[in-house]
Design a protein around this ligand. Sequence first.
Ligand code: COA
Length: 173
Amino acid sequence: MFHLTTERPDDGPAIEALLDKAFGPDRQSKISYRYRHEAPPVAPLSRVARADADGRLLGTIRYWDIAIGHANALLLGPIAVEPSLKGRGIGVALMRDTLDAAAWMGHSRVVLVGDIGYYARFGFAPAAPLGLAMPGEKPERLLAASLAKDAFRGVSGAIKPRRSLRGGGLIAA
Ligand SMILES: CC(C)(COP(=O)(O)OP(=O)(O)OC[C@H]1O[C@@H](n2cnc3c(N)ncnc32)[C@H](O)[C@@H]1OP(=O)(O)O)[C@@H](O)C(=O)NCCC(=O)NCCS
């Protein structure tokens, strides 16, 4: 019914239209968008779901480079699925495929803003008890997942767009 591929530059308009449909046109005012405006998406992890029949765009997921203290991490989101096709496994496929790819690429920390009810199944848990914060965002909506053992040990503080630390001596993933 659908397959996943990496995003292509010409997917841009269809992705923007899907995000408007899923989140509403005021989505750009969300706090997490400030981080996304600061850096390009992580291209190998920006993936889409396409209909097998005609290649139509059915879902999108993107990731961004961020920093937590001097450690690097990924900010996941947005993820959205064509509203008429919700509940058919497209979201789960996009999540599992990209988290596996992120781990394979050597990333060990992922954070996102969302509902724990959906993301717990992928290993996400509240980030506040780890000492993580996204200034301006509701603390209970900030979630974190480790892709490697003890990935958040010694890593805490406010999330920053990666670009703001350019030249600041980031440690490895
Ligand atoms: C959230 C979203 C990406 C999930 O994609 P999807 O293809 O519909 O989801 P899947 O078919 O892969 O998974 C469906 C499961 O997720 C659950 N689910 C979906 N949204 C949920 C939510 N907000 N909270 C808890 N569970 C949720 C469904 O109940 C279903 O559970 P089940 O497998 O136990 O029956 C999609 O519904 C969407 O685009 N929503 C609007 C945009 C959005 O909210 N994005 C996420 C930001 S938090």
